[in-house]
Design a protein around this ligand. Structure first.
Ligand SMILES: Cc1ncc(C[n+]2csc(CCOP(=O)(O)OP(=O)(O)O)c2C)c(N)n1
Ligand code: SF4
Ligand SMILES: [Mg+2]
Length: 330
C-alpha cells in the first residue's frame, strides 16, 4: 500500500468510528472468507438501512455464509428467497404493508423493503422479477452484491464477469481468453426502467456507499444500487488488498461511482486523471494470463465507456424524464 492509501484509509477509519452508527445489523460470527469485500458491504449497507426494515435475500454467498440454521448474522427481519423471485417477494411485502397501512392495521410507518442478491441472482436469474418490480413502481430498494461471478457454487462466470477473467466455466487456454463477453451494464438496465434512483457503490468508499443507501431507502418508488464487492477467493487476490482493489477499480475507471437521480447522471467520486487499468488487473490472479494486446483492448474499452459516462453526466437534460414530472404535467 502506498503512502496516499494509508493516509486516506486511516482518515476514513477515524471518520467512520465517529460519525457512522455504532449499531450492528450484520453481526460477527458469519463464515465469509477472509478479506471478503461483500461482507464488508453488507455490514455498512445494513447500518445505512437502519432497524425498521425487512430484507428479502436471494441465495448466494451472503446467504450461505450467514444463515446456517439455527444461526443467523442478520438482525433485521430477513427472508431467504430463491434466485428467481427476490424482487417478486419484495413486491409482495411492499404491497402487503401498503394494504395493512390503508386498513389502519399497521402501527407507525411501514418498514423499508429491501431486496438483496448477488450478480448472478440479479443480472441473470432474477432479472425478470426485478424488471417487473421496477416497472410496476414498487417502493423498495434493490441491492446487487457484484463479486463478478457465481462465487459460492465454485466461481462460475455470470453476465457480470469482466472480459478476460478466468472462472471455472471461462477457463483461459489456447482457444479462450477467459470470459469472452463484456460485463453486462445492469445500471443502464435499471436506468432504462425510468426509476427515480440508481447508483453504483463500493465499500472502499464507505461514506459514498453509506449515503447512497440512505438516499435509496428514503426515495419513494424503486431504487437500485449496484455494489462492486471484491472477492479474494474468486479474484485470486491477496486478502489484505480488498479495500485497495475497490479503490483501484474506481481510480482506473473500471467501476466509476455515480448516481442517476430521476434520469440525471452525476459522478459522486470524480477521478480527474484515471490510472492505467494494468494497476488493477495485475493484483488479481484471474487476469494473470492476459497479454499486452488484451490489456490494451481492455484499456481502450474502459476509456470509451468512461467517456460515454462523462457525456451522460454533462448532458443538460435527464436521459429519461422522471415519471413524477409526467404526472404533474397531466
Ligand atoms: C435456480 C437456481 N439455480 C442454481 C442454484 C445454485 N446456486 C445457489 S447460489 C449460486 C451462485 C450465486 O451467484 P451470485 O448470485 O453471483 O452470488 P454469489 O454466490 O457470487 O455471492 C447458485 C448457482 C440455485 N440455488 N437456484
Ligand atoms: S467466495 Fe468471495 S464473496 Fe463469497 S464469501 Fe468468499 S470472499 Fe466473500
Ligand atoms: Mg456473484
Amino acid at each position: 500500500m502506498d503512502k496516499f492509501d494509508v493516509a486516506s484509509s486511516q482518515k476514513y477509519d477515524v471518520y467512520a468510528s465517529r460519525l457512522l452508527p455504532k449499531e450492528e445489523y450484520f453481526v460477527g460470527g458469519h463464515r465469509s472468507c477472509q478479506g471478503c469485500g461483500e461482507a464488508l458491504a453488507v455490514r455498512w449497507v445494513c447500518k445505512a438501512i437502519g432497524k425498521d426494515a425487512v430484507i428479502a435475500h436471494a441465495t448466494g454467498c451472503m446467504e450461505i455464509v450467514s444463515s446456517g440454521f439455527p444461526q443467523t448474522a442478520w438482525v433485521q427481519p430477513w427472508i431467504h428467497v430463491a434466485f428467481e423471485n427476490t424482487a417478486a417477494v419484495a413486491s409482495g411485502l411492499e404491497a402487503g404493508y401498503k394494504i395493512l397501512a390503508r386498513k389502519g392495521k399497521l402501527p407507525g410507518r411501514p418498514p423499508k423493503v429491501v431486496a438483496m442478491a448477488g450478480d448472478g441472482g440479479t443480472s441473470d436469474i432474477g432479472l425478470q422479477a426485478l424488471s417487473g418490480a421496477m416497472e410496476r413502481g414498487h417502493d423498495f430498494t434493490y441491492i446487487c452484491w457484484d463479486n463478478e461471478a457465481y462465487m459460492n457454487t465454485g466461481i462460475q462466470r455470470s453476465s457480470s464477469t469482466p472480459y478476460g477473467a478466468m472462472t471455472t466455466t471461462s477457463p483461459p487456454g489456447k482457444r479462450s481468453i477467459g470470459q469472452a463477453t463484456w460485463k453486462k451494464n445492469m445500471v443502464a438496465i435499471a436506468v432504462a426502467h425510468g426509476i427515480p434512483y440508481v447508483a453504483t457503490a463500493c465499500p472502499s468508499y464507505l461514506f459514498d456507499l453509506y449515503f447512497k443507501v440512505k438516499r435509496a431507502v428514503e426515495t419513494p418508488g424503486p431504487a437500485y444500487i449496484h455494489i462492486l464487492s471484491v472477492c479474494p477467493t474468486g479474484w485470486r487476490s491477496a486478502t489484505d488488498l480488498t479495500v485497495r482493489l475497490g479503490r483501484l477499480a474506481v481510480e482506473t475507471g473500471v467501476f466509476p461511482l455515480y448516481e442517476v437521480v430521476d434520469g440525471r447522471y452525476h459522478l459522486t467520486i470524480d477521478i480527474p486523471k484515471l490510472r492505467p487499468v494494468k494497476d488493477y488487473l495485475k493484483l488479481q490472479g484471474r487476469f494473470r494470463h492476459l497479454r499486452e494486446p488484451e490489456i490494451d483492448f481492455i484499456q481502450r474499452q474502459v476509456l470509451a465507456h468512461y467517456d460515454l459516462l462523462l457525456k451522460k453526466c454533462e448532458a443538460p437534460y435527464p436521459e429519461f424524464p422522471p415519471l413524477s414530472q409526467t404526472e404533474e404535467g397531466e
